[in-house]
Design a protein around this ligand. Structure first.
Ligand SMILES: [Zn+2]
Length: 144
């Protein structure tokens, strides 16, 4: 199946992953319930723990690799995966090349910030739920 619309492709990929996972699946290492897959041993792991690296951090080229290859922020792997999915959905990668145009640069900055704001808002919701239920708080998406 080929889906050209990025939002539909993201939903299709999520649905496909979900069909293979047990109901109420969570990462066997950290308990995260999103961005899950089954590892080679048959255990459910989140994106960050598929490689068995508990503190996986990835550099996010938040303005895009072409626009500013050295402008990066360190994000936890699951957060980087989520923000990448968000940018795909909003069409970040389909923006016209900046090529020195300040308005196109502003558009890219605003879309990048929008995706990070959604990421941080989602973290706050999970953080508050964890505090209210007395379970471990999720780490902030930006790595120290
Ligand atoms: Zn995990």
């Amino acid at each position: 199946m080929s889906v050209r619309d990025p939002e539909l492709a993201a939903f299709a990929a999520k649905a496909k992953r979900g069909r293979r996972l047990p109901s109420k699946a969570a990462c066997a290492t950290c308990g995260v319930v999103e961005r899950l897959a089954i590892d080679a041993r048959g255990d459910v792991r989140c994106y960050a723990h598929l490689g068995s690296n508990a503190d996986a951090v990835e550099l996010d080229h938040w303005l895009g690799r072409v626009t500013s290859p050295d402008t990066v922020i360190p994000l936890r792997a699951n957060a980087h995966r989520r923000v990448t999915d968000l940018r795909r959905i909003i069409g970040f990668d389909d923006l016209a090349p900046v090529n020195g145009d300040p308005l196109l640069l502003l558009a890219r900055i605003l879309e990048a910030i929008a995706s990070l704001l959604v990421l941080f808002a989602e973290w706050l919701v999970v953080h508050v739920a964890a505090v209210n239920s007395g379970v471990a708080r999720p780490p902030f998406p930006v790595a120290p």
